[in-house]
Design a protein around this ligand. Sequence first.
Ligand code: FAD
Length: 639
Amino acid sequence: MVEIERHDYDVLVIGAGGAGLRAAIEARQRGLRTAVICKSLFGKAHTVMAEGGIAASMGNVNSRDEWRVHFRDTMRGGKFLNNWRMAELHATEAPDRVWELETYGALFDRTADGRISQRNFGGHEYPRLAHVGDRTGLELIRTLQQKIVSLQQDDHAETGEYESRLRVFQECTVTELLKDGDRMAGAFAYWRENGRFVEFRAPAVILATGGIGKSFKVTSNSWEYTGDGHALALKAGAALINMEFVQFHPTGMVWPPSVKGILVTESVRGDGGVLRNSEDRRFMFDYIPEVFKDNYADSEDEGDRWYDDPDTNRRPPELLPRDEVARAINSEVKEGRGSEHGGVFLDVSSRMPAEEITRRLPSMHHQFKELADVDITAGPMEVGPTCHYVMGGVEVEPDTAASRVPGLFAAGEVAGGMHGSNRLGGNSLSDLLVFGRRAGAGASEYVQGIGARPAPAESDVDAAARRAEDPFDPGDSATSAENPYTLHHELQQSMNDLVGIIRRGEEMRQALDALTGLRERARHLAVEGNRQFNPGWHLALDLRNMLLVSECVARAAVLRTESRGGHTRDDHPGMDPNWRKTLLVCTLDGPPHGVESPVEVVEQPQTPMREDLLALFQLDELRKYFTEDELAAVPSAES
Ligand code: FAD
C-alpha cells in the first residue's frame, strides 16, 4: 500500500492566483482553518502576468463612470449572454475590492490630483482600469500574499504557530476531488518535487485553478493552464457552461519565434497604439459592426482627437471588444494584407515619444527587448490572435459561488457565466476579487452550517493513487505505449486548426473524431522513471484534463449554430436571438477516461434579466440581441 500524507482543514482552496488568494483570505478572516494548494510556486500564478489593469467604475478619471455603465459595458461585451446577476455583483463590488487592495498595501499609479489612475481599455466606455504600469497582476498578487503573511503573523501572535489557520502548499498538484456520498470531502494531490501523495480532507473545496489555454497551440497562457479545475469539477458531478466561448486575444506576438503567442497588452491600444495592414491602412475603421456603429469614430481624425477629448469625440475602433478586433485581424491576413509572418502591425512608436512608451509600458518594452530584441519604441510589432482566456467554466450560484455539488465552489477564470460570450479586458482581475471573496464567504457559511463532517472513503483515496500511477504501468498495452508529449502536440494542433478563432461545423466534427482517437490513445499513456520530479508524468496527468475539457469546447461549439463573442462560425455568421436565451451545459455521463465519450451537452434556458436591470438599456439596443417574445416582456416596450 502506498504511503499517503494527510491534512485536515475546513476550507480547501485549489489555486493561488487572485481568486484563490482572495477566497482564502475571506475564509480565514471568518475563522475557518484554510489551506491553499497550488501546483506552481506560491506567487507564480497566472494572475502575475496580468498587465493592463483591473476594471472598476471608481470614476476617478471621468466622474460620469458608475456601476450601471460598467454593467452595461460588460453585458454588451458578452453579447448579452452573461449571467446578469454576476455582472451586476461584479460592477457594484469591484470599486470596493480595489480600495480594499489599497488597504492591503497596493500602490496603484495616481492621477495628477493623487487619486488611483484609470486607463482606457476596449469596450469600456470610460477610463476604468486601475493599474500599476503594465504590471498590475504582479502588484495584485504581491499585495494578496502580503495580506496572507500578515494574517499568519496574527495567528502566530495568538496561537504560537504561523500556519495554524492558514497554510499554503506550493508545488502540489490536485488530481482528484474526494467525496462522501454526494458531498465534497477533500482532494487528492501529489508533491511535484518528490511525487509523494497527499490526501486533504475538508468539507468545502474552492476551485480557483484558472483557464485551459494549453490545449491550444498558440496561446498567451503558461504551463499551469491545463483545465484542471474544469475537469475536476466535471468529474465531481458539477456542470460547465459556456465552454464554446474561448477568447482569442487580438494581439499576441507572431514574430520572432522566441515570443510567439506572448501577449501585447491592450493598454498599447488604450494608450494610443494603432493597427495597420501591409498597405499601411488603419483597417479597423472597415470593421465596425452595426451594433457598435454609434459608439466608435468613423474617421482617423475623430479617433485621434478622442484621446484628449473623450467627451465630444468617439473612441477609435482599435478599442472595439477583443472578439471584433481578433476577427478583423484574421480577415486582413486571410485576404492577403497581413505582415510577412501572418499578422498585422501594431504601432505605438510613431504615436508617442520613446520615454513616454517606456514609462507607460515598462514591461512590454523590457520583455520584448530582452526576449526577442524587438524595440517597441522604434518600430511596429507584428501581432495576431492568440488563445488567451476561457469564458466557459463551472456553473455557479452567483451570490455564493456554489456549484451543483454540495461543498464545491468555484471562482475566477475557472468559473463560468460572468463574461458571457466574451470578456472585456480588465474584467478578469476584478472578477477574481469580487467572486474570490464571495466564494470564501460562501464556503465558510456552508461549513458553519453542516452537521457531521464528511470523510472520504479509504478505498476512494487508494483508487485515486492507483489512477495517478497508471502511466508508470501501461500493462498489456506496453507495445502501443503513447508518449504524453506527442499526444499533447497533436491535441494543440487539432484545437488550433479545427476549433480555433474561425470555426466550421465540418472541421469541428473532424476535431471530435481526432479527440476520440486521442482519448483512446491516452488510455495507453506511458512514462518512464519514477514519481520523483518527473515532468513527463505530470504532463500525462494534465493531459487527461486537457482532453476532457477540449471535448467540452468542441461539442458545445458544434451545437451552437450562430456566431457570438468568442465563438465565430463561418457557416453561421450571424447572431441568433434564440441562442442568446440558451446556455449549453456540459456534464459527465460515464467514466471520464473510458472508450465512449463521457461528455454530455444539453441546452438550458437563461434566467430572464431582472426588470430594473433591463431598464438600463434602450429598447433599440435590446432589439439587436433579444427575441420578439423577450422584447414584448420588456416594461418600456409596452408604451
Ligand atoms: P490563476 O491566477 O491562473 O491561478 C491559478 C492557480 O491554480 C495557480 O496557482 C495554479 O498553480 C493553480 N492550479 C491549477 N491547477 C491546479 C491543480 N491541479 N492543483 C493545484 N493547483 C492548481 N485580466 C485582466 O483583468 N486584466 C489584465 O490586464 C490581464 N492581463 C493578462 C495578461 C496575460 C499575459 C494573461 C495570460 C492574462 C491576462 N488577464 C488579464 C487575465 C487574467 O490574468 C486571468 O484571467 C486571471 O489572472 C486568472 O486568475 P485565477 O485566480 O482565476 O487563476
